[in-house]
Design a protein around this ligand. Structure first.
Ligand code: DGY
Length: 319
């Protein structure tokens, strides 16, 4: 009997490929750029399993071409690139990579919070441009982090991990979430509040909610208008949770003080995007979980999910 076929949409390590080869014949897109859509549509016809990145859309068009697909293993915790109900209707398992990226993503969220509040990248550019002529009392003065109020929108695993870090900075922590998180409250002193209260009170607002129909443009003109003029907004979820035009307006009219963005509605964000021209924006190329160790763990978990399904077992982290 011929072995099942796995298609891997990006170059991963030999170790991960070896894991998959214990149960299947593996083909991978050897480039470090997204697999062209046409190629993916071709490959999906023969695939029993596909290991995807957040750059691949798994939608009706793709699923219609799949003849024997049993599992889609996304190498990300977010899965807004996948039509999960459409997969389920066809009996195709969908998995993501929770937990293994929690701490790395919380580190990056906190790095972005600090860099934005304390103007780290702006100050670095200022120095390199030769503009540093003397020490001065308010040169590159930012906003205090220690003891400030943090508002976390979306208190999942990553939200909790951000709150743990904030507790070390003696921050007052407010959060907004569908349900109460008693364990996080006990560990960090975080308090559940309504979205409006959070936006009005917080010095730092960190957005961590997944992208769904309900959270699209969750942060719009009204929400930014509630924030303090001195507040910093950080987004490490998905670009489309924010109305970018409204954010640009808030940043350029002094409604809010600065923004740290790891994600954009269009990625890679075009260099002529108006947000990138602003000094009070720290922009990163979607690197929330990008540590070598974490990316290895994410790839291994995605592969382990495929191995489980192709061996007739339950996936480890099914959606
Ligand atoms: C995720 O996992 O959803 C991140 O955005 C990519 O690491």
């Amino acid at each position: 009997m011929s072995k099942p076929q796995v298609f891997v949409t990006r170059k991963l390590t030999n170790e991960v490929i070896a894991m998959l080869e214990t149960v299947a014949d593996v083909k991978q897109w050897e480039e470090d750029t997204p697999v062209p859509r046409e190629k993916l549509l071709e490959e999906i016809e023969h695939a029993d399993a596909v290991l995807t990145m957040l750059t691949e859309r798994v939608d009706e068009e793709l699923l219609a071409r799949a003849k024997k697909l049993r599992v889609v293993a996304n190498m990300a915790v977010g899965y807004d690139n996948i039509d999960v109900p459409a997969c389920k209707r066809r009996g195709i398992a969908v998995t993501n990579t929770p937990d293994v990226l929690t701490e790395a993503t919380a580190d990056l969220a906190f790095a972005l919070l600090l860099a934005t509040g304390r103007r780290v990248t702006e100050a670095n550019r200022f120095l390199l441009a030769g503009e540093w002529t003397s020490w001065s009392p308010y040169l590159m003065a930012g906003q205090s982090v220690y003891g400030a109020t943090l508002g976390i929108i979306g208190m999942g695993r990553i939200g909790e991990a951000v709150a743990r870090r904030a507790a070390g900075f003696n921050m007052r922590i407010l959060y907004h979430n569908r349900n109460r998180k008693e364990e996080a409250e006990a560990k960090t002193g975080a308090r559940l509040v309504g979205l409006e209260e959070l936006l009005q009170e917080a010095d730092y607002v960190v957005l961590l909610t997944p992208l769904t129909a309900e959270t699209k443009h969750l942060m719009g003109a009204y929400e930014f208008s509630l924030m303090k003029k001195s507040a910093v907004f950080v987004n490490v979820s998905r670009g489309e949770t924010v109305d970018e035009a409204a954010l640009h307006h808030a940043l350029t009219t002094g409604q809010i003080w600065a923004a740290g963005l790891d994600v954009f509605a269009q990625e890679p964000v075009p260099l002529d995007h108006p947000l990138l021209a602003l000094k009070n924006v720290v922009a990163l190329p979607h690197i929330g979980s990008a540590t070598i160790q974490t990316r290895n763990e994410m790839a291994s978990l995605a592969a382990a999910n495929i191995v489980a399904v192709l061996s007739g077992k339950e996936p480890l982290t099914a959606l």
